[in-house]
Design a binder for this molecule. Structure first.
Ligand code: PLP
Length: 405
């Protein structure tokens, strides 16, 4: 009998955060080895807990989530999301423009399924979280990577974006703040990207899941607030800001001239109906979570865990010869650069595997974020400061003699 093959569209799909090196780490854990797993941005695994506001909203309302809810999501939740985005400058938004799903992951899946045809191109930042490139592959579209410039705070390289536009380009993805760089983009660079999208009639997809995790007194500005004349799909959710990754709570807000994207909205509505509704339990907490800004702010202010963990990490990294980095202003990620000549690194996954085997420290290689050179890796700065300091010291010790053959 012929074997049953997986679709060709799956060939390029990769999720290195939970890929083969992660599997090796899990084997080590099963064998009793204590591995520090800095591969996933999952705060709950490092002792972070959801805010009381969220727990109370869930417990007090649990009976309301027993049935299927509205295909776009519960009205109270959508009203709260709408108010949140209106507060950030999205014009003429109503609760009907909000689709709630099982994490940003699900609503990205729904959106990309509806606006891309096989062979279409979509511009995606490099480096970036692999959800976007993977979804492009899955729908048969081509992800075209535009470069973010480490020498310029990891901002998108606007000239590179222009160069990569073709007749087939349909959309551009902006991830701001970015994963894995933790960069927050300036309004100037955002205005330039929006102008390119305007000239070429590209749909803008703006992933803003880290917008509430911005540090150092900086402020996040929504792409859609800067582009009221254009259709923008804004993606956001509670996974990171409210420490509820496992709840799978994300949403899509559609703004701009709806007449230009009427059929797209109808298709997303069809897809939302097809899966009946998102998980209703998670939606119960949305109004309380979005009202409770203080819990998140406490984590990113000096003295707060996310802030202090970043400070400890970079202080320890500064002691390592052959590593440089751009300090992140948001989220809890750092994307350091290895001196490829010094370490002769030609395979970043091998570097990550060697480090895992030697120091029981699990990272993700830059190539896992569609970074083309073998000279970067991502650190998830979620453990307590002293744990991160020790981990960086271990890495320094490892690198003091490391050279790839
Ligand atoms: N977008 C970015 C940039 C992310 O980093 C992540 C998760 O790490 C997601 C989306 C997925 O989020 P969710 O948990 O809402 O599916």
């Amino acid at each position: 009998m012929n074997s049953i093959l997986s679709s060709d569209r799956m060939k390029n799909v990769h999720s290195d955060i939970r890929g083969p090196i992660f599997e090796k780490a899990m084997e080590m854990v099963s064998a009793g080895i204590d591995v520090l797993r800095l591969n996933t941005g999952n705060p709950a695994t490092f002792g972070f807990t959801m805010p009381d506001s969220v727990r109370t909203a869930l417990i007090n309302n649990v009976d309301k989530a027993v049935g299927y809810c509205d295909l776009k999501g519960m009205p109270d939740a959508r009203t709260a999301i709408c108010d949140y985005h209106v507060g950030k400058g999205l014009l003429n938004l109503t609760m009907d423009d909000i689709f709630i799903g099982n994490g940003v992951s699900e609503v990205v899946n729904m959106a990309m399924t509806t606006f891309l045809n096989p062979g279409d191109e979509i511009l995606i930042p490099s480096p970036s979280y692999s959800l976007w490139t993977n979804m492009a592959y899955i729908v048969g579209a081509t992800p075209v990577l535009y470069r973010c410039d480490e020498a310029c705070e990891w901002y998108p390289d606007v000239a590179d974006i222009r160069k990569k536009i073709t007749q087939r380009t349909r959309a551009i993805v902006i991830i701001n703040p970015n994963n894995p760089t933790g960069a927050l983009y300036s309004q100037e660079v955002m205005a330039q990207i929006i102008q390119i999208a305007r000239e070429h009639k590209l749909l803008i997809c703006s992933d803003e899941i880290y917008d509430r995790l911005v540090m150092d007194g900086l402020e996040h500005v929504s792409t859609a607030a800067l582009a009221p004349d254009m259709p923008v799909l804004t993606f956001n959710g509670l996974s990171k800001s409210h420490i509820v990754c496992g709840f799978r709570c994300g949403w899509l807000a559609i703004s701009g001239p709806r007449q230009q994207i009427g059929s797209l909205i109808a298709s997303i509505t069809k897809l939302a109906a097809m899966r009946l509704c998102g998980n209703a339990l998670t939606q119960l907490v949305i109004p309380a979570a979005l009202e409770d800004e203080e819990s998140t702010k406490a984590l990113i202010a000096p003295g707060g865990r996310i802030y202090e963990q970043r400070e400890a990490t970079i202080k320890a990294l500064d002691q390592i010869e052959g590593i440089s980095y751009v300090k992140n202003s948001a989220a809890f990620y750092l994307f350091p650069k290895l001196d490829a000549k010094k370490f002769n690194i030609t395979d970043d996954k091998k570097f990550v595997m060697d480090l895992l085997e030697s120091k029981h420290l699990l990272l993700v290689a830059g190539s896992g974020f569609d970074w083309p050179e073998p000279d970067h890796f991502r650190i998830v700065m979620l453990p307590e400061p002293k744990v991160l300091t020790k981990a960086m010291q271990d890495m320094g010790d490892f690198l003091s003699t490391y050279r790839q053959e």
